[in-house]
Structure formats: C-alpha cells, structure tokens
Design a protein around this ligand. Structure first.
Ligand SMILES: Cc1cc2nc3c(=O)[nH]c(=O)nc-3n(C[C@H](O)[C@H](O)[C@H](O)COP(=O)(O)O)c2cc1C
Length: 161
C-alpha cells in the first residue's frame, strides 16, 4: 500500500505530527505551502486566518509535484482554524480530486478540539473511506513521548505492503 501524508501547518504543530507519522511508515510527504503566507506573529494571524475561513477563501498554493492518484492511503493534516480546516488545505482538496482512498485525518488545536473540523473534512472527502481521526492539543508544547502516546492507531499497522 502506498502512503501519502499531506498537511498544512502555520506554527509547526501539525508539521510535528506529520513528521512523527513519517518516521513510522514509508510515505511521501507534501507540506502545503501558500504562495503568500499569513503573518505568523501575534494577534494578526488570528485575524487573517479567521477571515480566510469565514470567507471560505482558497489561497493560491505552491503547486506540489505529486499525483494523489498514485497513492492508496492518504494522511491529511491541518490546524483547527475557527473550528474548521485551514484554507490552504481547502485549496489543495479543491484542486485535487481525492476518491476511493483510505483516509486518516489528523488535526492540531489549541483546546477546542477537532470534532467539527473532522465532520467538515469528512463531508469534503465523501467518496473515500475515513479509517481514523487523530487530534492533538498544541503538540509542540508537549514532550515527544506524550504526543506519541496520544496516537490512537498503530501507525505501523496502516502500512500493508
Ligand atoms: C487563525 C487561527 C484560528 C484558530 N482557531 C482555533 C479554534 O477554533 N479552535 C482551537 O482549538 N484552536 C484554534 N487555533 C489554534 C490552533 O489550531 C493550534 O494552535 C494548532 O496547534 C496550530 O497548528 P500549527 O502549528 O500546525 O499551525 C487557531 C489558530 C489560528 C492561527
């Protein structure tokens, strides 16, 4: 089974989870990169990021050279923004048709949880099989072992060659 990890991360939390998954399975990894990143400092990121969610924006992204159809199982990761997925991931999912795949969703949040985010992503990815969801509260503030203990699936089991 060929694995792909696709994620967006502004402050590194979702990236940490993506790298932990990548350390356990053989997978290609795509970090979605907006052409113009929102400011990362202070309150402005909440303003610009929140506005981007509210207006359902699809910011331009740097196009990854990868074909999602080459993979069987796709891990999709996002920070929770305003109880939803981050707009750069929306752009990727809008521009790449993902169908008939095993999907594992992972999300990082600041304490509000990721239930709504997973519901929204599941709606977008209807023609797929959502195998698992995993959520983490700001994992870069925790130690690595604590974070790994929160993995609610054995990632190794996801790899079936
Ligand atoms: C624009 C914006 C909106 C956010 N909205 C939420 C939210 O609705 N609920 C929540 O629990 N955390 C929220 N957060 C916090 C992030 O989800 C959290 O810090 C996450 O770990 C960041 O992931 P990253 O480091 O991969 O960007 C928000 C952060 C930003 C920048």
């Amino acid at each position: 089974m060929k694995n792909l990890i696709i994620y967006y991360s502004l402050d590194g939390n979702t990236e940490l989870i993506a790298s932990l998954i990548a350390s356990k399975i053989e997978a290609a990894t795509i970090r979605i990169q907006p052409v113009k990143e929102i400011p990362t400092k202070g309150f402005m990121k909440y303003f610009w990021g929140g506005k981007s969610v509210v207006f359902n924006e699809k910011p331009k992204i740097v196009y990854p050279i990868i074909n999602v159809n080459d993979f069987d199982q796709i891990f999709i990761g996002t920070p929770v923004w305003n109880n939803s997925y981050a707009p750069p991931l929306a752009t990727f999912l809008y521009e790449n048709k993902i169908e008939n795949k095993n999907i594992i969703l992972f999300a990082c949040h600041g304490g509000g949880g990721a239930k709504k985010t997973f519901e929204r992503l599941s709606n977008l990815l209807q023609n797929n099989h959502i195998v698992h969801t995993m959520e983490f509260k700001d994992p870069i503030l925790q130690n690595r072992d604590e974070v790994i203990n929160q993995f609610n699936i054995s990632i190794e089991k996801s790899e079936t060659k």
